[in-house]
Design a binder for this molecule. Sequence first.
Ligand SMILES: [Zn+2]
Length: 276
Amino acid sequence: MPRHLVCLTFDFDAMSGLVARGMKSPTPVSRGEFGAMTVVERLLPLLERYRLPASFFVPGTVIETYRDHCARIHAAGHEIGNHGYTHVPPANLTPQEEEDGLVRASDLIEEVTGSRPRGYRSPSWDLSDVTVDLLLKHGFDYESSLMGHDHMPYFARRGDVVPDDGPVTFGETTSLVEMPISWSLDDFPHFEFMRTATSLMPGLSNARLVLENFVADFEFMTRNTDWGVLTYTFHPYVVGRGHRMLMLEKLIHALQERGAVFSTMRDVAVEFRGRT
Ligand SMILES: [Zn+2]
């Protein structure tokens, strides 16, 4: 019996990702604030209407800013995963800063949910050389920032050696489940216009065309494997805009019509472990 899983994941960053880029004036703060509104007024009601479980990844600073929002996410039965304390990616932190932030964020999640998070997703998807070790040390079950497959979890490695001028030597495979992701299944690069001093991300794609891509990746999975999981990543301040909310609802319909089983990442990681 084929089983094609879908994880709807929401990185509830509010303003933290903009703050990490040095954008702290009133307009970027309001841009993040918009996301907090959409969690409560749009996303939680949509998920409830379709009775879908989801996984939210929330940085510690956002939990402290929006404790009630996080309590409502938890009360609605969704998973809350660790997304660091600030939104600075681990690759840009010292090992000590990274570990301190990881633990601090888990403490905050435990305050809200009553238990330690099982999963971690790095801000901006860029792990450091020590992230996998830290996650194992602190008892995490899964990680979700790598791109080594599109619809099959695997076990994360540590200790790869990557010289500038020679072949890569792969390190040891660990017991940490990797729930892989992709920028192509993330709302952010498709939709979010972002201008910084050194870069321009155009975003603002036509939602109908993005929907077509999102559904096609699910169809590809169903043709290629009897068991797999496709992970979609959304940001409340991105997907919460009107035309994108309509797209998200159409995506849910399209996936349901094609037999998708919706699950949290926490539960899929356990299921994957049971199959190995
Ligand atoms: Zn994020």
